[in-house]
Design a protein around this ligand. Sequence first.
Ligand code: ATP
Length: 308
Amino acid sequence: MDSILSVRGVGKTYSSGHRALDSVDLDITRGEIFALLGPNGAGKTTLISIICGIVTPSSGTILVDGHDAIRDPREARTRIGLVPQETVVDMFETVWSTVRFSRGLFGKKMDKAYCEQLLKDLALWDKRDNQIRELSGGMKRRVLIAKALSHEPDILFLDEPTAGVDVSLRREMWKLVTGLRERGTTIILTTHYIEEAEEMADRVGVIDKGRLLLVEEKAALMHKLGKRELTLALQEPMAALPDALADWHLALEEEGHRLRYTFDAQAEHTGIPSLLRKLGELDIGFKDLETEKSSLEDIFVDLVEKDQ
Ligand SMILES: Nc1ncnc2c1ncn2[C@@H]1O[C@H](COP(=O)(O)OP(=O)(O)OP(=O)(O)O)[C@@H](O)[C@H]1O
């Protein structure tokens, strides 16, 4: 694996005593879109801020394309473009001068051809001489991306790219980000929308209470999210699962009082009718049955429980 970013044992305790991150390990592959998914306060912004050199970690090491972000922050930072949650631009500046100024901050010589292409890619070329305050919300967000990409970084961080954005703008953003990846930029975004991770990411990391609970290929995670469960409250407790039920993915719970069947919600055949027929044949009675879909919430709870 060609890793462009390597995070090892990164922890952060704020001066308030709050432990915002707990020994995070993460490797980002060059060219991928990685989504860091977690609820409010999970530690997403803290992790991004540490990687970008804005917040000092309490422990751990970070390599950005081989450069130590703590000992050699300048080299590391040059390779990173950050689109923060909050707008930080001068509203009276023009689009063109904002991008040019930003590039200059990284000590890069002006490259008109690059900046022109960047603004064209972001559909901002026609607005290059407009002041930022004259632009729509969607355009302002694109200016932030242009600003973050002005110094030709290898990795682009997007902190909650679609927070407070309407549905059509969100879709536009998703398309844009996928387009950037096609140009070879590695993208790391934070979100608390599962659909956002689903729409864009190649891999997803789930973070909660400062701990990275899992990192998976999106397809594998969605498969987990697509699971449903059927639970049967049995009339008589069962000591063990009979061999005749080996074809179904079953588990006995609560000392044999409950039978839990996990199945793929997306599958055409759930296996439920045949399971119920088989239970009838085996004379296994049940008092009650319920089905539920495993949500992101369930996955969090499950992961945290397993973790403990
Ligand atoms: N400067 C700070 N001093 C003390 N605590 C902080 C500071 N910054 C963040 N925290 C706390 O650290 C925790 C993680 O915050 P962080 O902003 O990283 O979460 P997040 O996952 O980005 O959340 P959101 O989705 O709301 O942006 C929160 O409990 C927050 O209150």
